[in-house]
Design a protein around this ligand. Structure first.
Ligand SMILES: C[S@@+](CC[C@H](N)C(=O)[O-])C[C@H]1O[C@@H](n2cnc3c(N)ncnc32)[C@H](O)[C@@H]1O
Length: 275
């Protein structure tokens, strides 16, 4: 069973992480947002959303709201939600700065129908594959079903239809090995300054058999005092395509498929479950 404490812990880590990502500033301004990776992701989403004839979207892992606001700029009726209250607050500021009316709501995926009083044609989640337990996965997918209009879709990434089930262990091992090759064990970034506060960030990365774990240490200097804050984020590779199929169908979805899309010469695979 998922406890309040589990969600409070995720929220606390995400609040700290987003607070300092926002502080660093570089990816979360209106101009950076239009030029960065979120804008590329929204081109893939755009293809899937228009292909499925969706007009309304819930971005339920909105973070600081980049993709949410970009999708609103594309003329969609978009709401954002996230487990981090800090992220929601800053996402609303970003929408204001961009002149977009987007409603942002604080909610865990597993509580969406209690917190959001309407339904959508499409729900996007760019971190569903990182849920820790099967119960959490089931509760999230059950809520997605409730949040969608008939014929609505969930779009997410992770293990996909084209993965070979017999090579699951090798595929996960290669994802972890590739991260190990491209990511330093420790990296130091800084100093970042804003409003009389200075912050230096040390990132430590650990590679487990089915997870990449980032620990962020923030050294903060303010009014001559030093403080330390930490956040931990795990990118999990726990769920196979067969797990996703089983849980979406059990929740009542009619079908689930993977789509290979190319944008600016780069191919990505997204999963889409249909209510
Ligand atoms: C990869 S980040 C999102 C990044 C964001 N979409 C962007 O493009 O900048 C994943 C988000 O999922 C949120 N999250 C993680 N677990 C959650 C849960 N159980 N319920 C709701 N949100 C959750 C995190 O707070 C985080 O903001």
């Amino acid at each position: 069973m998922i406890t309040r404490t589990d969600h409070e812990q995720i929220a606390a880590n995400m609040d700290t992480y987003w607070k300092w990502e926002w502080f660093k500033g570089k990816n979360y301004t209106p101009s950076a947002m239009h030029a960065g990776s979120a804008a590329i992701s929204c081109k893939y989403y755009g293809q899937l959303i228009s292909g499925a004839n969706c007009k309304s979207v819930l971005d339920c892992s909105c973070g600081l709201g980049r993709k949410t606001v970009l999708l609103a700029e594309d003329g969609l009726d978009v709401w954002g939600s996230d487990i981090s209250s800090l992220a929601i607050e800053k996402a609303a500021e970003l929408a204001d700065q961009c002149g977009q009316e987007v409603k942002f709501v604080l909610s865990a995926w597993q509580d969406l129908s209690r917190n959001i009083p309407r339904s959508f044609d499409c729900l996007i989640n760019d971190a569903l594959a990182w849920v820790d337990t099967r119960r959490e996965l089931q509760d999230a997918i059950g809520e997605y079903y409730k949040m969608l209009n008939p014929g609505g879709v969930v779009i997410f990434q992770g293990a996909h239809e084209f993965s070979d089930p017999d090579k699951r262990a090798e595929t996960v091992a290669e994802i972890i090995a590739s991260s190990r090759r491209s990511t330093p064990r420790e990296s130091l970034n800084g100093k970042f300054s804003r409003d009389g506060v200075q912050m230096t960030q040390l990132t430590l990365t650990d590679w487990l058999s089915d997870a990449i774990v980032h620990t962020y240490l923030y050294v903060i200097e303010q009014d001559g005092q030093l403080m330390l804050e930490t956040a931990t984020l795990a990118e999990l590779c726990r769920w196979s395509w067969e797990d996703f199929v089983a849980e979406f169908l059990a929740a009542g979805f009619r079908e689930i498929h993977s789509h290979e899309l190319t944008v600016e010469g780069k191919t990505r695979i997204y999963n889409m479950a249909l209510k």
